[in-house]
Design a protein around this ligand. Structure first.
Ligand code: HEC
Ligand code: HEC
Ligand code: HEC
Ligand code: HEC
Ligand code: HEC
Ligand code: HEC
Ligand code: HEC
Length: 462
């Protein structure tokens, strides 16, 4: 019991503490992690250059010492140049959503209800979806000696792993929920600061089930373990927050993760300027004594994606809706209007390989005959990103701008009952394979709308 109490206290002094000391009860995973350090750095960055360095780095193990050390030196040099190439992007001329409010009030209000705006947030009673009331704040795992507690106190929201060692002894490890990832439309996972690095917490929340579960990823969070060592990469942040500042452009292998600034430029949620670029000049122009008379791109001094060619419009969404990809430049260097392939190598599955429905809307849509046969179709054909919309009727109306309902083979059988239901059969909601949580033998796979518009013969109307 005394032991447990002492550990509890360390949590308040967490910043100065070395990673190893803080994670002592979870020695095994830390050790495994440290040994994997080099490989891990490769994964973390995912860039071809670093991956090459990562391969070299593991080579000395099987090579002679002399050959090994020269490889290590050249690897250090490569790392130095890589570090200088990864200078943080300056966050200037950005003004924040409140600055748009006076002139675009309707857009700002509805936008702030969307999953984009809520893609990440500070933890509050309203943003954290899971329950902290007794009876629903304990997560039992497949390991009878390990459970998680979820607590809300005046100091914040906490996750604690409690491991029973013997009938009188247990250890526990507590971390605070510092950042919420996920709007709560489908699910949420939680991050904590360790020094200036961010890590994912082992317990997540799934809305469809209405319960806490082990965080998804069966390799990192197998049932019955408590892993506090998964570092959040810059790429995770690029997709889920508006901006952040790097402290370590490149933090070598074995380090406790990339360091980010806790205070400078950390803008949670996806805000207007993530898609429209900096708004300062735009506002200055419309506030000046001679505001632009036309809203033409040059006059308005802001990016309107609708004015971009189709490929650049797709790129604006592909940054986040086509999977993690392989980074060719540091996270945050892509701006809407740029050619995405200069920054990111997207994974395009072969013609017969299945596309997972999670986070791969681009790959799905691009395989559809609708997309291939209509030169103007983009994500914006169906989505207005400025407001939440779930109404199937509105989506069907989009289909009917190009198709006649009578064209559908099911029309003969079902008649006008299908008028509003096109997406149910042609873009069915299906479970993902890439995101899975397993707790006490129960597997959960959230469901997403398949963006490959096609004929799915087994789907029926509910
Ligand atoms: C002082 C008033 C004002 C403010 C503040 C303002 N805008 Fe505008 N904005 C306008 C006007 C006027 C137009 C042109 C008419 C229209 O499209 O509504 C416009 C047009 C736009 C367009 C379309 C431009 C085009 O080329 O078609 C975008 C995008 C836009 N604003 C985004 C923003 C964002 C994002 C913010 C906040 C960072 C913002 N605006 C703040 C007045 C303002
Ligand atoms: C910076 C990354 C990013 C960009 C750029 C981005 N999205 Fe998203 N989008 C997300 C994330 C993350 C979510 C899911 C948030 C959640 O539910 O936790 C999301 C959710 C959505 C949703 C569900 C919205 C809702 O309120 O339920 C739609 C639709 C969508 N995106 C379409 C688009 C389109 C179209 C574009 C291009 C114009 C785009 N996104 C650009 C990251 C992005
Ligand atoms: C996920 C990307 C994304 C975000 C975030 C976003 N927009 Fe847009 N915006 C677009 C796209 C794409 C278009 C062009 C297609 C359209 O009109 O929907 C657009 C068009 C506009 C236009 C011009 C068209 C019109 O209807 O007047 C304005 C103004 C605008 N956005 C303002 C905003 C404001 C204000 C915010 C924040 C509250 C915001 N946008 C957030 C993607 C985004
Ligand atoms: C390539 C951009 C991208 C990266 C990188 C990324 N996400 Fe996401 N994330 C998304 C999108 C897009 C969605 C919405 C999923 C969908 O609708 O298919 C999402 C959804 C989520 C959700 C809500 C649950 C759900 O599936 O809707 C959580 C939680 C989440 N991501 C956590 C993370 C964490 C943790 C990381 C880093 C380890 C990460 N994401 C990396 C784009 C990204
Ligand atoms: C921008 C125009 C456009 C929109 C919007 C559109 N489609 Fe299509 N679609 C096409 C074209 C063009 C084809 C190929 C020629 C054809 O079959 O008419 C096609 C083909 C199809 C096919 C045949 C697919 C196959 O693999 O044989 C189906 C089914 C279909 N569309 C359903 C839909 C549904 C459902 C929606 C709405 C969710 C939709 N389409 C939206 C243009 C569009
Ligand atoms: C033909 C119409 C159509 C097009 C084009 C389209 N979507 Fe969707 N999208 C839908 C429908 C229908 C849904 C399901 C409705 C809902 O629950 O939000 C959906 C849902 C989503 C969601 C919410 C996640 C989910 O699966 O529930 C995201 C994210 C999304 N779309 C992103 C995109 C992106 C990115 C593009 C461009 C590659 C795109 N969509 C193009 C019709 C479309
Ligand atoms: C109950 C499920 C269901 C609904 C709802 C539905 N479809 Fe279909 N659709 C099908 C099936 C199944 C086929 C294939 C029919 C066949 O080939 O026998 C099909 C075929 C089609 C085709 C391809 C026809 C061809 O000859 O290539 C189009 C286009 C289409 N549907 C459009 C739509 C549109 C638009 C809507 C909404 C107004 C819609 N469908 C609603 C199940 C559905």
């Amino acid at each position: 019991m005394r032991k447990a109490k002492r550990r509890f206290k360390t949590q308040d002094r967490r910043d100065g503490m070395p990673l190893k000391a803080r994670l002592r009860p979870w020695k095994h995973s830390v050790l495994a992690w440290a040994t994997d350090g080099l490989l891990f750095a490769g994964l973390l960055w995912g860039s071809p250059l670093v991956e090459a360095a990562g391969t070299n780095a593991s080579a000395p193990v099987s090579m002679s010492k002399a050959a090994g050390s020269s490889l290590v030196v050249s690897q250090e040099i490569a790392r130095f140049f890589l570090a200088s190439a990864r200078a943080p992007k300056p966050w200037t001329n950005y003004v924040g959503d409140e600055a748009c409010l006076p002139c675009h009030q309707d857009k700002v209000i509805t936008y702030h209800q969307t999953a984009h705006y809520l893609a990440s947030s500070w933890p509050t009673k309203d943003t954290v979806r899971g329950s902290f009331t007794s009876g629903s704040n304990v997560l039992q795992t497949g390991n009878t000696n390990l459970l998680f507690k979820l607590d809300a106190t005046e100091k914040g929201f906490f996750q604690t792993a409690v491991e029973t060692i013997s009938s009188s002894e247990f250890t526990q490890h507590t971390e605070r929920i510092d950042i919420v990832f996920g709007s709560g439309r489908k699910g949420q996972t939680f991050l904590f600061w360790l020094g200036d690095s961010l890590y994912e917490l082992p317990v997540s929340y799934w809305v469809e089930r209405g319960t806490w579960m082990n965080s998804p990823n069966l390799q990192l969070y197998p049932d019955g373990t408590a892993n506090f060592t998964r570092a959040i990469t810059p790429r995770c942040l690029e997709c889920h927050v508006t901006s952040f500042a790097w402290l370590d452009p490149f933090a070598g292998p074995g380090s406790a993760g990339i360091r980010f600034s806790r205070y400078t430029n950390l803008v949670l949620g996806i805000t207007c300027e993530k898609c429209h670029g900096p708004g300062r000049d735009h506002i200055a122009r419309y506030r000046s004594s001679s505001p632009p008379i036309s809203a033409a791109a040059a006059a308005s001094a802001i990016i309107n994606p609708a004015r971009l060619p189709r490929d650049r419009q797709m790129d604006a969404c592909s940054l986040c809706h086509a999977g993690a990809g392989i980074e060719r430049s540091p996270a945050l260097s892509f701006n809407v209007g740029d050619v995405l392939s200069n920054h990111l190598e997207l994974q395009v599955p072969g013609p017969d390989a299945p596309v997972d429905v999670h986070g791969n809307q681009i790959q799905g849509l691009e395989r559809s005959r609708c997309f291939q046969s209509s030169p103007t179709m983009t994500c914006l054909t169906c989505h207005d990103v400025h407001a939440p919309h779930r109404d199937l009727k509105a989506f069907a109306a989009r289909c009917l701008t190009c198709h006649k309902v009578e064209r559908c083979g099911e029309f003969r059988k079902l008649g006008h009952a299908i008028d509003t239901q096109c997406a149910v059969c042609h873009m069915p909601v299906q479970p993902t394979d890439t995101v899975q949580s397993v707790t006490k033998g129960e597997r959960f796979q959230p469901k997403y709308c398949n963006h490959q518009i096609a004929i799915y013969r087994d789907v029926r109307l509910p």
